[in-house]
Each structure stands twice: as structure tokens, then as C-alpha cells.
Design a binder for this molecule. Structure first.
Ligand code: NAD
Ligand code: FES
Length: 279
């Protein structure tokens, strides 16, 4: 059992839970994730470890409430318990040792970019982050990333930072030069757009994929993705891959496989879930 020690609303449907998990807090590396089960019969949900406090023995989980299970998870409060947290799972981020890295976070994906930027910063790599949200209230982890380097904020409607997609700001930085590697995490169309943007610049680009996961240990095949023409399991081979080799069409297609069942479950759990799924 893992006690929730703090709960923060980051944006209208994104919540941060800081949870006691001392062993994971000590050994996790950037890019790794956990699988969370709220209660004994609850769905297993993969979540990136967005931050840790090894001294307090806590990890930060950032949850976008888009369906029944995530809605139930974010309904928990300080002092409540999460039944199981398995991890750390997945391969750690391929972190360069020197140079300048561009970290691009779209919406809730910005929470996944944060530990990558932390890992880079700890190794002395210069970090510039470009983060985006639909409008001001959807921008997250700005202050945390500012502690690690320069941050450019973008909003689709121009209500905060510069107006436009993260790819617009990223293009300017790539054109100016001096970027050794790009890390991008966010919605599939964003990661695909980043990969298409960086390809002509010849800059190595790593994306973090979020296919459907069940066991998280390479047993079920639910998380299979295609990278460079080969089948990979995101839970054990990833979740980070070379963005120039990922088959994004297949990923998008597989992510929509359970859309109907998710809609039905959300309908049963009420209006709030439906709003999340309509996005
Ligand atoms: P969103 O749709 O609000 O987009 C966030 C930002 O991404 C936008 O403000 C924009 O700057 C950029 N963006 C979006 N579409 C783009 C495009 N076509 N071209 C260029 N830039 C684009 O994001 P959200 O609602 O926070 O994210 C939800 C999605 O992210 C879900 O589909 C979820 O599955 C996915 N997600 C992915 C990961 C991961 O590890 N890759 C983690 C969490 C969530
Ligand atoms: Fe089952 Fe990856 S989640 S193989």
C-alpha cells in the first residue's frame, strides 16, 4: 500500500499525486515508468515517474483524467492509499553526456519530459525546453523545467507565452543551430510533427510512446509498436524510441482500438469522464 502525501491540480484534467514508494524513489532512472493499480480489482495504469524525492521516499505521478480508471485515481486525496505500484519499468532514457538538448513537451507529455531534462541537467548538458498547451491553464511543469534551463512556453490560442504549436518554436531553435539531440513527448500528432521537423536537420530525435499496456513486462504483447520495420514492446524495449523510425500511423491506429469500450466505461462513470474522452 502506498500513501498519497500530496495532491496538486496542475491543469483542468491533470493531477499530480506524490506517493510513498521509497525503493522506487531511490533506484528509478529518467524515462522509466510504473504500473499503478488503485485497488485489488482495478485496471493497471502505466504512469511515468515525473519526479522523485529519494529522501522523503516519494515519487510524483502525473495523471490525465480521461476515463473511468484515471478518474477514480485522481479522486483519491492526501492520506488515501494506492494498492500496488510496480516498477521502475522500461529502459532508462538515452542521455547524452555533453552538448545542448532540446526537450519538447506537449500538454500532459511535459510531465514525462521533466525527468529527462533532469537527467540531462545532472550530466551537465545544456537544456532548452519548449512546452505547450491549448491555453494558459493547460501549461504544466514550467517552474520545474525553469530550474533546469531555458524554457519557451507556447499556447495554441496565444493566451500565454508565444502563440502556436511547440513545433513552431522548435523550428526556430533548430534553424538557429547548436541542438545536438531532441526529446519529444506528447500527443501522437505532435511527436510525428516533431520527427518530421527534425529529420531534414539530421538531429537525433527520441520520442516516448504510450501504447496500451497491460502487464508492463513483455508478456502480453499489448504494447507492441513498430520501429524501423521491427516489432518492439514499449514496456521493455522502450518506452523511448528513435522518432525517425517509429510507425506513427500504426501507433495511432492501435491507440484507438478500445475507443468504444472506453466510451462505454466512461458513460457508466458519469459526465466528467465523458468530457475527458471527447477531447
Ligand atoms: P494537446 O492535444 O492539448 O496538445 C498539447 C500541445 O501539443 C499543443 O498545445 C501543441 O503545442 C502540441 N501539438 C498538438 N498537436 C500537434 C500537432 N499536430 N503538431 C504540432 N504540435 C502539436 O495535448 P494533451 O491533451 O495534453 O495530450 C493528450 C494526449 O497525449 C493523449 O492522446 C495522450 O495519450 C498523450 N500522452 C502521451 C504521452 C507519451 O508518453 N507520449 C504521455 C501522456 C499523454
Ligand atoms: Fe504487455 Fe508490454 S504491456 S508486453
Amino acid at each position: 500500500m502506498h500513501r498519497i502525501v500530496s495532491r496538486t491540480q496542475l491543469s483542468p484534467n491533470v493531477t499530480r499525486l506524490d506517493v510513498e514508494a521509497p525503493r522506487i524513489a531511490q533506484i528509478r532512472q529518467p524515462g522509466q515508468f510504473v504500473i499503478v493499480r488503485r485497488a485489488e480489482r482495478a485496471e493497471r495504469i502505466p504512469l511515468t515517474i515525473a519526479d522523485t524525492d529519494p529522501v522523503a521516499g516519494t515519487i510524483a505521478l502525473v495523471i490525465q483524467a480521461v476515463g473511468k480508471s484515471t478518474r477514480e485515481l485522481v479522486a483519491l486525496g492526501v492520506g488515501d492509499f494506492i494498492r500496488d505500484i510496480s516498477g521502475p519499468l522500461g529502459m532508462p532514457t538515452e542521455v547524452i553526456e555533453k552538448g545542448r538538448a532540446l526537450c519538447i513537451g506537449g500538454g500532459v507529455g511535459t510531465a514525462v519530459v521533466h525527468p529527462i531534462a533532469q537527467g540531462l541537467h545532472q550530466r551537465g548538458v545544456a537544456v532548452v525546453s519548449v512546452i505547450g498547451g491549448r491555453s494558459k491553464e493547460w501549461v504544466i511543469f514550467e517552474e520545474e523545467l525553469k530550474r533546469l534551463g531555458e524554457v519557451v512556453v507556447c499556447t495554441d490560442d496565444g493566451s500565454y507565452g508565444r502563440k502556436g504549436f511547440v513545433t513552431d518554436a522548435a523550428k526556430e531553435l533548430l534553424t538557429a543551430g547548436g541542438i545536438d539531440i531532441v526529446y519529444a513527448v506528447g500527443p501522437v500528432p505532435m511527436m510525428r510533427a516533431v520527427a518530421n521537423l527534425t529529420r531534414p536537420f539530421g538531429v537525433h530525435t527520441i520520442v516516448s510512446l504510450n501504447p496500451v499496456m497491460v502487464d508492463g513486462t513483455g508478456m502480453c504483447g499489448g504494447c507492441r509498436v513498430e520501429v524501423g520495420g521491427e516489432t518492439k514492446f514499449a514496456c521493455v524495449d522502450g518506452p523511448e524510441f528513435d522518432g525517425h523510425k517509429v510507425d506513427f500511423d500504426l501507433l495511432a491506429d492501435r491507440l484507438s482500438t478500445y475507443r468504444t469500450q472506453e466510451q462505454e466505461a466512461a458513460t457508466r462513470c458519469g459526465d466528467d469522464c465523458r468530457i475527458g474522452l471527447q477531447k
